[in-house]
Design a protein around this ligand. Structure first.
Ligand SMILES: *Cc1c(COP(=O)(O)O)cnc(C)c1O
Length: 474
């Protein structure tokens, strides 16, 4: 299988090559030339597989280069998807929300080490990175900025891994006590937490400034684990197939998924699972007040927002103004027409927008690709968290609440609908308390984590200082 750029650059790459970046030379994103298929016989054979074996079967369809033998891939899926790491044998267990709404289910994706769905892909990515770096006898400095879930998932996936150091910038004093404890309590020598006296954008600007110094970047092997990473996407395809199999008994049945969305990474994996042949009826996309994606699916206009137009909400992991993975979907929407895609993103990269409302592709979008979309706001989250708790006895987090709110507006009673639980409520305790009147109780191990000593270096908005820390390895 070869990977190509959404913007038509002629260079083709292997999985091992796209793994470490995902970005093409022409600024496009890498995608398989043609998507692999899942046959009816495979679906049947996969029904009773443990999660790690299903993960191997799905991911190996995207990997056919000699640099990553399938036997080694199987070793990685087996060590990544264990009960030890994800809390249950099922890995992504289903919980019925029938008492809230007929045919509604919750698929738990947030029982990994950092209690958010980012662990599902990141645990696999840590293993793939370590493998690839050892093969090339190379090292990698992962530099990132986080306001929560991505940074902690990356740190827990990369801790203790040979050849990898993580330098993670976070805005000082702006994460929740739980998030701080989760990240800063890590004592591994290869994990470097850097609190920046500023806001998230300051952190991101530092990352950009360091990455734009190409000589420094090359000399110190700077890399990222952001949401355009292709390894993350393929690992996420697995839980859509698992969710489908867990909610059905025959391949003639269909299910729908409701996905709380920000960078379009999670639901892109759902789109790919559907294109591969998983019998998915509808992909229900939920946004918060930052509704750039819902706007596109409802009007055909894609209008990324400026930073200043991006609201801070109570589902903060979806506070995005520009959906970095969306380009991959639009490429498919346009029938893999790289020239047209490149013209649209020329506008986007210039700070503009595009309008597909009058195109046959947009008019046929729902029938062909199964997408619908809606928006959920703070009051909706509170009401949904409260009602889900009162009627079904299940406590959910704010992002999952957005998914359930929009799911209920679009789902049909005759199609099981799986709302993806993307974080546990304990991560967003303040809003949960606002909804139900109490904070989600901490487990013993979480309470213990809150008391552990923390390891973090606080700095000003200082690019030179960050470079110096990377250069000296501390
Ligand atoms: C990252 C994240 C999302 C959004 O996922 P995308 O892949 O960016 O669309 C939703 N909920 C939680 C809890 C997250 O951490």
């Amino acid at each position: 299988m070869k990977y190509i750029s959404t913007r038509g650059h002629p260079t083709k790459q292997t999985f091992s090559q796209v793994l470490l970046s995902g970005l093409a030379e022409d600024g496009g994103l890498m995608l398989p030339e043609t998507l692999p298929k899942i046959t009816d016989a495979e679906l049947t054979a996969w029904r009773d597989l443990p999660y790690h074996a299903l993960a191997f079967n799905v991911i190996s369809k995207f990997v056919d280069d000699a640099d990553l033998p399938h036997a080694d891939l199987a070793t990685m899926t087996k060590s990544a998807y264990t009960r030890d790491i994800f809390g249950t044998v099922e890995i992504t267990p289903l919980t019925s929300l029938e008492k809230l709404q007929q045919s509604l289910w919750l698929q738990g994706l947030s029982n990994g080490p950092t209690l958010a769905f980012k662990d599902m892909a990141m645990q696999m990515l840590g293993r793939l990175f370590e493998y690839e770096l050892a093969r090339k006898d190379n090292t990698l400095n992962i530099l990132g900025a986080t306001s929560g879930d991505t940074g902690s998932a990356a740190e827990y996936a990369m801790r203790g891994r040979k050849g990898i150091s993580v330098f993670m910038l976070s805005p000082a004093g702006r994460m929740s006590a739980f998030q701080r404890a989760q990240m800063y309590s890590l004592q591994d020598a290869n994990i470097h937490n850097i609190a920046v006296e500023g806001v998230f954008d300051d952190c991101q600007d530092i990352v950009k400034a360091v990455s734009n110094d190409l000589e420094f970047k090359r000399k110190h092997n700077i890399g990222t684990v952001n949401s355009i990473n292709w390894g993350r996407i393929v690992a996420q395809v697995v839980y859509y197939v698992r969710g489908y199999l867990a909610a059905t008994t025959s391949n003639s049945q269909k299910v729908s998924f409701a996905v709380p969305s920000g960078n379009f990474g999670n639901i892109l994996a759902g789109h790919i699972a559907r294109e591969m042949g998983t019998p998915i009826d509808t992909l229900i996309l939920a946004t918060n007040e930052n509704n750039v994606l819902a706007e596109f699916f409802n009007t055909g206009v894609y209008r990324p927002r400026k930073g200043a137009e991006t609201y801070e909400t109570s589902s903060p992991s979806m506070d995005i103004s520009k959906a970095s993975n969306f380009e991959r979907f639009v490429y498919h929407l346009l029938g893999s027409d790289a020239e047209r895609l490149a013209a649209l993103w020329k506008e986007v990269d210039r700070g503009g927008s595009f309008d597909l409302s009058n195109t046959p592709e947009f008019k046929n979008l729902r029938a062909r690709f199964g997408f619908v979309a809606g928006t959920s706001a703070h009051a909706d989250r509170l009401a949904t968290i409260r009602e889900t708790y009162d009627k079904a006895g299940v406590l959910i987090d704010t992002h999952t609440a957005d998914a359930i709110k929009v799911a209920r507006e679009h789902m049909r009673a005759d199609v099981p609908t799986l709302a993806l639980e993307t974080a546990l409520p304990v991560k967003f305790a303040e809003t949960v308390k606002e909804a139900v009147g109490f904070e989600p109780p901490l487990t013993d191990s979480q309470a213990k984590m809150m008391r552990l000593p923390q390891r973090v270096t606080t700095i000003g908005v200082d690019v030179a200082r960050v470079k110096q820390m990377i250069a000296s390895g501390a």
